[in-house]
Design a protein around this ligand. Structure first.
Ligand code: CU
Length: 259
């Protein structure tokens, strides 16, 4: 929902200053005709310095996930998952953890994001929760772009489409040594240092817009309808302020809503 609003802002600015509206088109445009679009802003946990975004699409049992990550330890694997459970949220910023200087470890925040439901392994790796720590099958760079489309169980797909998925990227060099080390064992696998599995960043996969059923009739959903109204109000203000340019923005909004 937040993403729709964010997209409107550049549209509104473009309309007001007369820039070509096409510049404001979202980069994640897709040709999907059914399914549910999701997006997440990934924010650091325990001052890891990591940040990123995630985008997803659920259509039946097919899941597509894109992740843009930065600020991670370079040259070290970053396990990345979709967690489901708990309150389906990220840990609060003031959560005191059991890790390095109070850092949050993976199990410290399980009441927030639950357990691993999907392992976002590299192409070829397995994607179930049993493969959550297949460390050779995850991105191992400080900054990376990840995209994968694969099948998930129906209940997992339903949960993610309902906005219950939380993306968590792991691996934090708390002591700045340039590698995963330290005295503390991982709370997930005692053969690994805790740094290798501590959560670096987290974001909730929020439903970005209403899924359109095949008959083309939108079903209920108060929150998304509220977003639509907010967009209409914003565009109304543009129309008043910028006349014909405002109308162009409204048309663009309609196209965006149809995707
Ligand atoms: Cu995880």
């Amino acid at each position: 929902m937040r993403t729709v609003t964010t997209r409107l802002t550049p549209v509104a600015i473009a309309a007001l200053v007369g820039l070509p509206i096409a510049l404001a088109a979202p980069a994640t445009a897709s040709d999907h005709e059914s399914g549910t679009e999701l997006s997440a802003t990934l924010t650091e946990i325990s001052g890891s310095g990591a940040s990123g975004t995630a985008w997803g699409w659920v259509d039946g049992t097919e899941l597509t996930i894109q992740i843009e990550a930065m600020g991670l330890l370079d040259g070290a694997p970053h396990a990345q998952h979709i967690h489901i459970g708990g309150s389906n949220t990220c840990p609060s910023a003031d959560l005191a953890g059991s890790g390095f200087e109070g850092a949050v470890r993976t199990t410290d925040a399980v009441d927030f994001y639950g357990g691993v439901a999907v392992s976002l392994t590299n192409e070829g790796g397995m994607t179930g929760p049993d493969h959550a720590l297949d460390v050779m099958d995850f991105p191992a760079e400080g900054e990376y772009s990840y995209e994968r489309t694969f099948e998930v169980p129906q209940d997992v797909a339903d949960d993610i489409a309902a906005g219950n998925g939380v993306v968590v990227v792991h691996g934090v060099d708390h002591n700045g040594s340039g590698e995963y080390d330290g005295d503390q064992e991982s709370d997930l696998d005692p053969s690994l240092p805790s740094e290798a599995t501590d959560p670096a960043m987290c974001g909730t996969l929020d439903v970005a817009q209403m899924a359109m059923p095949e008959d083309g009739v939108a079903t209920g959903g108060g929150a998304t309808q509220g977003t639509e109204h907010a967009g209409a109000i914003a565009l109304g203000a543009v129309a008043i302020g910028a006349g014909a340019l405002g109308l162009a923005a409204s048309r663009r909004r309609t196209e965006t809503a149809r995707r």
